[in-house]
Design a protein around this ligand. Structure first.
Ligand code: ARG
Length: 475
C-alpha cells in the first residue's frame, strides 16, 4: 500500500459495494474525507428499521421473493443484535452506516443480501434514517422539556407569594413574585415545545422510494413503507425527498430558540446566586468550589447551560451555510448535515437536564428577595396610581408628584415608606395616611390582579392551570 495520498491496488481496496467501474482504490486522503461511519453509526437502528420496511414492501409487491425477504429480515435482526450487543465491527473502508450494515448482512446470509438495495438508493436511505432518528430525538426533547416545566411549576407553586424586585434594564422596577417570574419561563418552554411539535409534524413524511433522485421503475409501494415506519405519507417529489434538509434546519432553529431561553434562565441563576442578590442557593449537587478561594461556591452548571446556545445556534448556522446554494438533488455536501444536529441534540439534552436539576435543587431566600424588593423605590408607580384613584389626579401629574417624592427620599437616603406625612405633604398637600398602605411591596404585588399579572392569587391560578394543561396532554 502506498503512503498517505497515494492510490491503493484495486484487488483489495476498490469499494466492494460500488466499485464495479473503478480500477484502483481511493487515496488515503479520499478515504479520510469520504468516511462518515464514525458519526452516522448513530443512526444504525433507524437504518435497519428502514431496510426491514423496504424489504417487506419489495416482497409484498413481488419484487423479491418471500423467501429472500424473510432471509434478509432475519439477517437484519442479527445485524441489529450485534450492534446492540456492541460486537458489530464498524469498518471505515465501508464508508457509512448503510454499507456497513449491508456488507455484514451479506456475510451473515449470503446471496439474498444483494437484493435488499433494489429500488432504493443511499440518497433516499440516508434521508429516511435521518428523519427517523430526529423524530425519535424530538420525542425525547419534548419529554425532557415537559419535565423541566413541571420542575419550574413546583418551584413557582411553593413561591407564589415570595416578593422580589421585578426588573427592567436590570434596574429595580416593580415588585413581582418569584413564582410569577418562574412561570414566565414555563410559558417560554410551552412555545418551545410547540415549535418542536410543529417541526416533528412537518418532518414526518417518508423519502424512502425516491431512490437516487428520480424515483424507480420497480412497482414499489411508498405508502406501505411510509406507514410501516410511522410516517404520515410519502413525500410528493423524489428530487425534494433526497435533497431537503429543512427538517433538520427547522429543528435546529427551534433548538436555538429553546437554548436561548435556557441561557436566559441560566444567567438569572448566576445573578441570583451572587452575594449581591442572594435570591437562591444551589446545593453541592449543582455547584463547584474554587481550587484557590476556599469560600467559593460557583454556579458552573448554570454557566454551562448559559453557554450551550453557542453550540446549538452554531449548528444551525453551520447547516444553513452548508445547504445554501446546493443544486438539486443530492450532493455529498449533505453528508455533513448530521454532526451539527448530533452536537446540538447532545448539548440541548444536557442543558435541559441540568436546568431541571437546578430548578429542583434551588432554595429561594424569601428574606433576601423581600429586602431587595424594597430597594429602588419600587412602589413609586403605586403612589401615582393611588393619587389617580383616590384624588382624581391625571396620571401624568400623579407620576410627577411620585417622582418628586422619590427625589426627597433619595436626598434623605431612605425609602418612600420612611418619609413622614409632613414631608410628603410638602410635595403634595392632599396626601394622607392611607398612602402608607400602598407603599408596601406586598400590597403592590397583591394589587396586580389583571390577567397575566403578578398578584399571588393570579400566580397560584396560573400554576394550577399550567399543571392541568400538562397533565391533560397524552403521554
Ligand atoms: N453517507 C452518505 C450521507 O450521509 C450517504 C449517501 C451517499 N450517497 C451518495 N450518492 N454517495 O450523505
Amino acid at each position: 500500500m502506498s503512503g498517505s495520498g497515494g492510490t491503493r491496488e484495486k484487488s483489495e481496496n476498490a469499494n466492494a459495494m460500488w466499485g464495479g467501474r473503478f480500477e484502483g482504490g481511493a487515496s488515503d486522503i479520499m478515504a479520510a474525507i469520504n468516511v462518515s461511519i464514525g458519526f452516522d453509526k448513530r443512526m444504525a437502528a433507524q437504518d435497519i428499521h428502514g431496510s426491514k420496511a423496504h424489504v417487506a414492501m419489495l416482497a409484498a409487491q413481488g419484487i423479491v421473493s418471500a423467501a429472500d425477504a424473510a432471509e434478509i429480515a432475519r439477517g437484519l435482526d442479527l445485524v441489529l443484535g450485534e450492534i446492540e450487543a456492541g460486537t458489530f465491527v464498524f469498518k471505515d473502508v465501508l464508508e457509512d452506516i448503510h454499507m456497513n450494515v449491508e456488507s455484514r448482512l451479506a456475510e451473515l446470509i449470503g446471496a439474498p443480501a444483494g437484493r435488499l438495495h433494489t429500488g432504493r438508493s443511499r440518497n433516499d436511505q440516508v434521508a429516511t434514517d435521518f428523519r427517523l432518528w430526529l423524530r425519535d430525538e424530538i420525542d425525547v426533547v419534548l419529554a425532557a422539556l415537559k419535565d423541566l416545566q413541571f420542575a419550574l411549576i413546583e418551584r413557582a407553586d411553593a413561591a407564589s407569594d415570595y416578593i422580589m424586585p421585578g426588573f427592567t434594564h436590570l434596574q429595580n422596577a416593580q415588585p413581582v413574585t418569584f413564582g410569577h417570574h418562574l412561570m414566565a419561563y414555563v410559558e417560554m418552554l410551552e412555545r418551545d415545545r410547540g415549535r418542536f411539535r410543529d417541526c416533528r409534524a412537518r418532518l414526518n413524511e417518508s423519502p424512502l422510494g425516491a431512490a437516487a433522485l428520480a424515483g424507480t421503475p420497480y412497482p414499489i409501494d411508498r405508502t406501505m413503507t411510509a406507514a410501516a415506519l410511522g410516517f404520515d405519507r410519502p413525500m410528493n417529489n423524489s428530487l425534494d425527498a433526497v435533497s431537503a434538509r429543512d427538517f433538520a434546519l427547522e429543528f435546529l432553529a427551534a433548538a436555538s430558540i429553546n437554548a436561548m431561553h435556557l441561557s436566559r434562565l441560566a444567567d438569572e441563576i448566576v445573578l441570583w446566586m451572587s452575594a449581591q442578590f442572594r435570591f437562591i442557593k444551589l446545593s453541592d449537587a449543582f455547584t463547584t468550589g474554587s481550587s484557590i478561594m476556599p469560600q467559593k461556591r460557583n454556579p458552573d452548571a448554570a454557566e454551562l447551560v448559559r453557554a450551550k446556545i453557542g453550540r446549538v445556534a452554531g449548528s444551525f448556522t453551520s447547516l444553513l451555510t452548508m445547504m445554501k446554494g446546493l443544486p438539486l438533488a443530492y450532493s455529498k455536501d449533505m453528508q455533513e448535515d448530521k454532526e451539527p444536529v448530533f452536537l446540538a441534540v447532545d448539548a440541548l439534552m444536557l442543558a435541559i437536564a441540568a436546568m431541571a436539576g437546578m430548578a429542583r435543587d434551588m432554595q429561594p431566600n424569601r428574606q433576601a428577595m423581600l429586602a431587595a424588593a424594597k430597594l429602588g423605590f419600587t412602589t413609586a408607580t403605586d403612589v401615582a396610581d393611588w393619587l389617580v384613584r383616590e384624588h382624581g389626579k391625571a396620571f401624568r401629574e400623579a407620576h410627577h408628584i411620585a417622582g418628586a417624592l422619590v427625589g426627597v427620599a433619595e436626598k434623605r437616603g431612605c425609602g418612600l415608606e420612611d418619609l413622614s406625612l409632613a414631608e410628603m405633604q410638602s410635595v403634595a398637600p392632599e396626601i394622607d395616611e392611607r398612602v402608607y398602605a400602598v407603599l408596601k411591596v406586598e400590597a403592590s404585588a397583591a394589587a396586580r390582579t389583571s390577567f397575566g399579572g403578578t398578584a399571588p392569587a393570579r400566580v397560584a391560578a396560573a400554576v394550577k392551570a399550567a399543571k392541568a394543561r400538562l397533565l391533560a396532554e397524552e403521554a
